[in-house]
Design a protein around this ligand. Structure first.
Ligand code: AP5
Ligand code: ZN
Length: 214
């Protein structure tokens, strides 16, 4: 299966991806996680991406297309993948089609995590992540067993620099202006499925599993 998870910040893409990846033996490719790792490592890519990310703006298409093209070559991604947070512009969607054509492949389904903007601030400001694994928690909706500590490794959790109400406004603006046209692009192609993303996490998982397995 080759899947795209698309939706606004806090809609649940990163929460559902690990569950679905394990269930269907896919690899999880999140451009956000890859970019945050590059920023933490202060690599040339990270240095270029940091400013836009801190402001809640999109990183340039060339940069993200480059990292995605490379990531897709990983042996474990040959059986299938979940693209989380990519493509986010129509240009990226067109480049993705080219990348897949070269590999004789195509996207099976695009899952649109549909949710009202009004619930996203609470989700975003309460999120805590374990940076090395990408696992995320929420102080109210998905608390860790011990506050501030990852359940699996016991390592400390951190808050993302862009997870505040101010930067969220820019991220939402980017979503509506630049990513909504991508949703329209896939709706026209006929492989878009809407997921009611405001439901509880387990309910969303049920719907996503059903969509992916049919
Ligand atoms: P990215 O990391 O992709 O951030 P985002 O799109 O803003 O998405 P989020 O990670 O905030 O949302 P999510 O849907 O994964 O939410 P989650 O499941 O964690 O991108 C970051 C930045 O990198 C961008 O701003 C841009 O600068 C750059 N970038 C990345 N990709 C790019 C691209 N392709 N092109 C250009 N630039 C790019 O959930 C959030 C919280 O809610 C968690 O605490 C979770 O526990 C909780 N939660 C989840 N589901 C539920 C539920 N059902 N009920 C209650 N709480 C829930
Ligand atoms: Zn995410």
């Amino acid at each position: 299966k080759r899947l795209v998870f698309i939706g606004p910040p806090g809609s649940g893409k990163g929460t559902q991806s690990p569950v679905i990846k394990d269930e269907f033996c896919l690899c999880h490719l999140s451009t956000g996680d890859m970019l945050r790792a590059a920023v933490a490592a202060k690599s040339p890519l990270g240095v270029k991406a940091k400013e836009a990310m801190d402001k809640g703006e999109l990183v340039s298409d060339d940069l993200v297309v480059g990292i995605m093209d490379e990531a897709m070559n990983k042996p474990k991604c040959q059986k299938g993948f979940i693209l989380d947070g990519f493509p986010r512009t129509v240009t990226q969607a067109e480049k993705l089609d080219e990348m897949l054509n070269r590999r004789g492949a195509q996207i099976d389904k695009v899952l649109n995590f549909a949710i009202d903007d009004s619930v996203l601030e609470e989700r975003i400001t309460g999120r805590w992540i374990h940076p090395s694994s990408g696992r995320s928690y929420h102080t109210k909706f998905a608390p860790p067993k011990v506050p501030g500590v990852d359940d699996v490794t016991g390592e400390p959790l951190i808050q993302r620099k862009d997870d505040n109400a101010d930067v969220l406004r820019s991220r939402l603006d980017a979503f509506h202006k630049q990513t909504q046209p991508v949703i329209d692009y896939y709706a026209k192609k006929g492989n878009l499925v809407n997921i009611p993303a405001e439901k509880a996490p387990e309910e969303v998982t049920k719907v996503v599993k059903k969509v992916v397995s049919t």
